[in-house]
Design a binder for this molecule. Sequence first.
Ligand code: P1T
Length: 379
Amino acid sequence: MGFATDAIHAGQQPDPTTGAIITPIYQTSTYVQAEIGKHKGYEYARTQNPTRAALEANIAALERGVCGIAFASGLAAINATLTLLKSGNHVVASSNLYGGTFRLFVRILATFGLEFSFVDTSNINLVEAAIQSSTRMIFIETPTNPTMTISDLAAISRIAQAHRLRFVVDNTFMSPYFQRPIELGADIVIHSTTKFLNGHSDSIGGMVVVKDPEEGERLAFIQNAAGAILSPFDAWLILRGTKTLAVRMRQHDANGRAIARFLGGQRQVQKIYYPGLADHPQHELAQRQMSGFGSMIAFELGSLEKANTLLKHVRLCSLAESLGGVETLISHPATMTHASVPREDRIRLGITDGLVRISVGIEDVEDIITDLEQALSRL
Ligand code: P1T
């Protein structure tokens, strides 16, 4: 089946009791058993829930994996994945990651004996050079949040295979509509479903998709044993979201390209980070491994004052953390999503005080342009 068909149907059958076309919200904590050990495959709702199972199967199909494991947030999904490792194991990670992921690695997981090297994973040589005898995982975002750096999925997967490392990709920014890392050799794909997969800014959730059934069993064990599960209602919301993923992503992409073009013509904008622009350093790689460029754009205004002036004057665009919703969100990474990254690291990565990030929504693009135009004119 094609992607849009899978997005609507994969993992979902009409409800066996009523024929309801939509998977119900199984809002229950437990399931009645007929006798000891005799049940319908459902014992306790931390362990199994039919609404959650439908979502897990749906997103696993979209990512072309074998199994999905849903969590209470993107960070819970990342945390669970990292607990596949043991104390003393080393991880090669992208130097630019969502600030919360960096904080989880450095402030929590490192205190339990996991070791991290943060390198620019867009440079294959640096990835290879960072591998140690204790390395067990390569963890990347591509494109990265917020500077939109692209890493070569196929090349890194070859390195991971040669060294027998798990290759983990946070695919939140592209969604499986534009990029499917498992097809390019990744072992594990992670999503903050909070973003494009749900798409409506009304749920927090996370998903891990694996290509190896045994790894899926281990993660399902962690899901149950550590307990950071996704609620049935959130699973239902995200299932509703994925049904329109294809059409939303097409519009996000069209609007993203138009806004990047518009920003390129503004004298107040000093630099634009968007892989769809021909002068993006990995534009060709982006064209090769993604089928669209999406709607995440960062741009440099030169100072905190200028960024603040723009953000104070936007009306249609909402100043808010998060991304991937139908409405345009605009944010200031240095003080919001990446505040937990030390200042010198931030500056080195390009996350300056003048950097603004926009998650272009699917409103009429002329309205977004008009809003940005009037806000930029205040600078
Ligand atoms: O917020 P949560 O669902 O826990 O997801 C964390 C997360 C993981 N990975 C990436 C690439 C992310 O961007 C995020 C969350 N990001 C934001 C809240 C943000 O505004 O960038």
